[in-house]
Write a protein that binds this ligand. Structure first.
Ligand code: BG6
Length: 514
């Protein structure tokens, strides 16, 4: 991203460039994301020597706090939330010395002035100007004001395409519907070049999600069968066993379609179904994802009843643990209509996928935490083995297990030894931990490292966000207009409402129970 190639150490992958210096400013430094994810991720990057030589991490929030107090709080956060704990005291001390705190309001000039003085001071003491990363981990209604203030104070000047030193990471949700997303894109583009904007979707940083592209485009055997001729349908599941935890207030407004489908599930759909990009660079990959999303047929309002199912969990249990229903969670209204489970059927109107349904489902408080993409192939055209009816032969299924138990498996039919000609399913299995051991980087590590290096491949572009809202808006609108009569309609700890099973049964299919 630099105009002057001398500024950077080039890494082995050629495209990646690590700046000598970087200042990461986190807006919303007293919030949950900072302590659970961001600081632990930066600490783990420090541990693996993946951070620039000259580094400052500035926490910015409204409350009064000294640098020392901020360091102490972050030490506890790393101890509690880092995947490696606080593994190396010496690395922690070095890292802690780069942590600073600046107090300020999000929409008041004063705080930004103090931040500017701090950052300018760091700049003056640097041999080459450091990259500036601004992480917006604030409530979403502050994204617009923060970006505008960053521009007005000159902290993040607009920089020409590809030359940006100042980058802004924007957390989800990016808008609450198409109109608000457009409006936010407009406000952001008024002051920044798109190349400076990093809209984060943490799913894209997961190793197993990145592996979807490698699996598809670094292996020749799957491409010829990755289409309507061989694939019967695709199931994408993101089931969570947790409820809304402490986020009842947020979730009441969001619901599962905004919280999981508009971003994570549609990203998984794109990576699974898109055409090969012309190269592995930000625009090539994001062009293909955008093209795919634009060929997903929107569910028309009159089709919502037949192609979409909504649910809300009632009381139930997982194992011995008794669980409250959604309406009993704190911050949730007693008669809330909020949707905590959805199953959607989409078609992709292009040559590769014509007629192949993509079933997407996600819910809170389901039987098990599991995220996977399952490609179900067609059955063999003719059955030779008379002892089995054709519909007893299991179709081949290729499953990309995103989490937990990360891996890939392919099921196929075999003949168990014996005199009878019987057919039985088995699978070829690849498991990440067995192959590579534990200790893969967390999504936020990968994404922060990429942004520091100026690589936006795994971030979301403005047109994608808008196209995703265009697909989810009609469903949310129809559901808002007709309040659910049967909520709660699935028990906590189950696999979702019966209507979701019926959606599949009508098509002669059924959900996997991973
Ligand atoms: C977040 C949602 O984006 O993703 C949460 O806001 C959800 O509600 C989370 O729990 C799931 O992420 P992961 O990485 O645990 O699958």
């Amino acid at each position: 991203m630099a105009s002057d190639g001398q500024e950077y150490l080039h890494q082995s992958l050629g495209q990646l460039k690590k700046p000598h210096g970087c200042i990461v400013t986190i807006f919303g430094a007293s919030g949950d994301l900072t302590k659970r994810k961001l600081i632990p991720a930066l600490y783990n990057l420090a541990l693996e020597k993946k951070l620039p030589e000259r580094l400052a991490v500035v926490g910015y929030a409204r409350s009064e706090m000294s640098h020392e107090a901020f360091r102490d709080k972050m030490r506890e956060a790393v101890q509690e939330f880092s995947r490696t704990g606080l593994k190396d005291q010496a690395v922690w001390e070095q890292f802690a010395a780069t942590l600073y705190y600046v107090r300020g309001g999000y929409d008041e000039a004063d705080g930004y002035q103090s931040l500017k003085e701090f950052i300018d001071g760091f700049d003056r003491n640097s041999r080459v100007p450091p990259a500036r990363v601004f992480y917006l981990a604030t409530p979403p209604d502050l994204y617009g004001p923060v970006v505008e203030r960053l521009s007005a104070t000159g902290l993040a000047p607009r920089e020409a395409d590809g030359e940006g030193r100042a980058r802004v990471i924007i957390e989800k949700p990016f808008g609450t519907d198409l109109q608000t997303a457009r409006e936010l894109n407009r406000r952001v583009h008024d002051v920044l070049d798109e190349s400076q904007v990093y809209r984060i979707d943490h799913y894209l940083g997961k190793e197993t999600v990145q592996n979807i592209m490698v699996f598809r485009f670094a292996n020749a055997v799957f491409e010829p069968i990755w289409n309507r001729r061989y694939v019967d349908h695709v199931q994408i599941t993101a089931a969570e066993s947790v409820g809304v935890e402490t986020r009842g207030g947020y979730y009441e407004e969001a619901g599962v379609v905004r919280d999981m489908f508009q971003n994570h599930l549609l990203q998984l759909l794109c990576l699974t179904a898109m055409e090969p990009p012309v190269g592995f660079n930000p625009d090539a990959v994001r062009d293909e994802k955008g093209k795919l999303l634009k060929s997903v047929r929107a569910i028309a309002p009159e089709e919502v009843a037949s192609s979409a199912v909504r649910g809300q969990y009632g009381p139930g249990q997982i194992g011995d643990q008794k669980l409250p229903g959604y309406r009993q969670e704190s911050g949730v209204h007693k008669t809330s209509p909020t949707v905590s489970y959805a199953a959607l059927k989409f078609y992709v109107d292009n040559w590769r996928w014509e007629g192949v349904p993509f079933y997407l489902r996600s819910g809170k408080r389901m039987a098990k935490r599991v995220t996977e993409v399952a490609i179900q192939f067609k059955r063999p055209p003719l059955l030779l083995f008379k002892s089995h009816a054709l519909d007893n032969v299991n179709p081949n299924v290729l499953v990309m297990r995103i989490q937990p138990d990360e891996g890939v498996s392919l099921t196929f039919e075999v003949k168990p030894p014996g005199s009878e000609m019987v057919v039985s399913p088995l699978s070829l299995d690849f498991n990440y931990e067995e192959a590579f051991g534990s200790g893969s980087p967390e999504a936020y590590e990968t994404l922060l490292e990429d942004c520091i290096e100026g690589d936006s491949t795994l971030f979301t572009r403005h047109d994608w966000v808008e196209a995703a809202w265009a697909l989810t808006d009609p469903i949310i609108q129809v559901w808002n207009l007709s309040k659910p009569k049967s909520f709660p309609n699935y028990a906590a700890g189950s696999w979702g409402p019966a209507e979701a099973d019926e959606l599949m049964q009508r098509d002669g299919r059924r959900w996997r129970k991973p």
